[in-house]
Write a protein that binds this ligand. Structure first.
Ligand code: DGP
Length: 219
């Protein structure tokens, strides 16, 4: 008899949060853990700084290049679009795709700079819709004490505070349009192991695969 789970696609799980919330550490550990367990998983980092567009974004974030706020917003989105086909292909092959940031950072950071929320949302419309977004929440005082805070363009208290507020609005919008279950907040305080266990609990059965086609973001 054929295994019914073999027809399932991989889950698309996104991690979001402010800078220095421990997101990248947790994403790497999760992918390593899934691989150790013999599951197929892939990490997709956004921005993906390895592509031609990603290199422009990298120069901007390191303040080596300046750019109009709208233009850089569109480049961040273009960077996601250039990876969208590979994400869909991997999901269809049963691979769990774990993304370190996604379109929600796109809205939160750009809206925090003053761009209209609606403008920020539009370019990412119809990208693959994550099955679950885990928003790692950490009080600002704790994040700013962590190492390396302050190295890149957005790493100021004012910018992070404004972005935190925008993430709240993004969460509301995701829940309103796509359902409450697609966005979950994770308490990012505590040790790496404690946070890892919380995340593992929240992901639950998703790593076993998902039935049905991937949906489209904001559609
Ligand atoms: P990271 O590599 O995760 O440290 O992210 C780099 C920085 O870029 C971080 O401050 C968040 C910001 N960022 C990520 N995605 C976007 C986006 O789509 N738009 C804007 N404006 N900023 C973003």
């Amino acid at each position: 008899m054929s295994d019914p789970s073999s027809s399932r696609r991989g889950a698309f799980i996104v991690f979001e949060g402010l800078d220095r919330c421990g997101k990248s550490t947790q994403v790497s550990r999760l992918v390593e853990r899934l691989e150790r367990e013999g599951r197929q998983a892939r990490l997709q980092k956004f921005p993906d700084r390895t592509t031609a567009i990603g290199k422009m974004i990298d120069a901007y974030l390191q303040s080596k290049a300046d750019m109009d706020d709208h233009a850089i917003h569109l480049l961040f989105s273009a960077n996601r679009w250039e990876c969208a086909a590979a994400i869909k292909r991997d999901l269809a092959q049963g691979i769990t795709v774990i993304a370190d940031r996604y379109a929600f950072s796109g809205i939160a950071f750009s809206a925090a700079k003053g761009l209209p929320f609606d403008f920020c949302l539009q370019p990412d419309k119809a990208l693959p819709l994550p099955d679950l977004t885990l928003y790692m929440s950490l009080p600002q005082e704790e994040a700013s004490q962590r190492s390396q805070f302050g190295e890149e363009r957005y790493e100021t208290m004012t910018m992070q505070q404004a972005t935190r507020e925008q993430f709240g609005l993004v969460a509301q919008e995701v829940k309103r349009i796509h359902g409450e279950y697609r966005w979950t907040e994770v308490d990012a305080r505590g040790t790496i192991e404690e946070v890892e266990e919380r995340i593992r609990g929240l992901i639950g059965d998703l790593i076993e695969g998902v039935d049905g086609e991937i949906s489209q973001l904001w559609v």
